[in-house]
Design a protein around this ligand. Sequence first.
Ligand SMILES: Cc1ncc(COP(=O)(O)O)c(C=O)c1O
Length: 256
Amino acid sequence: MSQTEREHIVSPTPIGPAGHPWAARAKGLVGSIIDSSTSLLQQQTHDIVSFAMGSPAAEAVPSDAFLEIYQSVLADAGAAAFAYGATEGEIGLRDELLAYLESTPERTSADRLLITTGGMQGLDLAGKLFVDPGDLVIVEAPTYTNGSATLLAYGADILEAPMDGDGLMVEALPELVQKAGRVPKAIYVIPNFQNPTGTAMSLERRHLLLALARKWGSIIIDDDPYGMLRFDGEHIPGFRELGGGDPLVFSVRTFS
Ligand SMILES: Cc1ncc(COP(=O)(O)O)c(C=O)c1O
């Protein structure tokens, strides 16, 4: 994102009155281009397919099945279904997920799995846990702007790296980092069917990115909402698989 673009999305009008007691962090919050374009699109009367977010077509949502599940949960649990659940996520959901992941290359253990409210909360946690104000964070150019806005909100200095048909041009990173004069604290990537380009990062580049992250001690924020939606072509091993459980890989997934 260019400086001008960043200035453009920083909310130009404060929400509270002048002199409002904002936290320093609130001043750094940036608005979401995607959210404002979504509101704009909702005012249109003609058919528009937005590629800004991974929103499924209405007919792809199994609403009858959802209704059935909702009714059966209420019948079984009654009002208790609305009580607070475990912070790390509903035990039954976690067990189901762990069992499902066992049959995939992303198998993991209960102590490494946290249920979040969508992928965005996972990205927010990544920023909260790993990004201090002024830390360098590499992002793909272009990238999912709600992801980069979250990192900006935590004070990241964003370094944009170029992409081509095989995803992020990882081989360009050492020179970019040398020019920046410091190593990145984190590297934010969408390895499969990247938003918005649709490209998948090649296996060679995934290996190289992992090696660079290990050399620099950088967190790979591995945002992969679309990996399970492959329609053709070969599965490309992801960072969880290639990293063999390396804690430098922080993975965010979503069912949205
Ligand atoms: C690349 C990417 N990451 C994260 C998200 C956010 O996922 P969720 O809607 O589950 O918060 C999206 C949504 O479109 C996305 O495209």
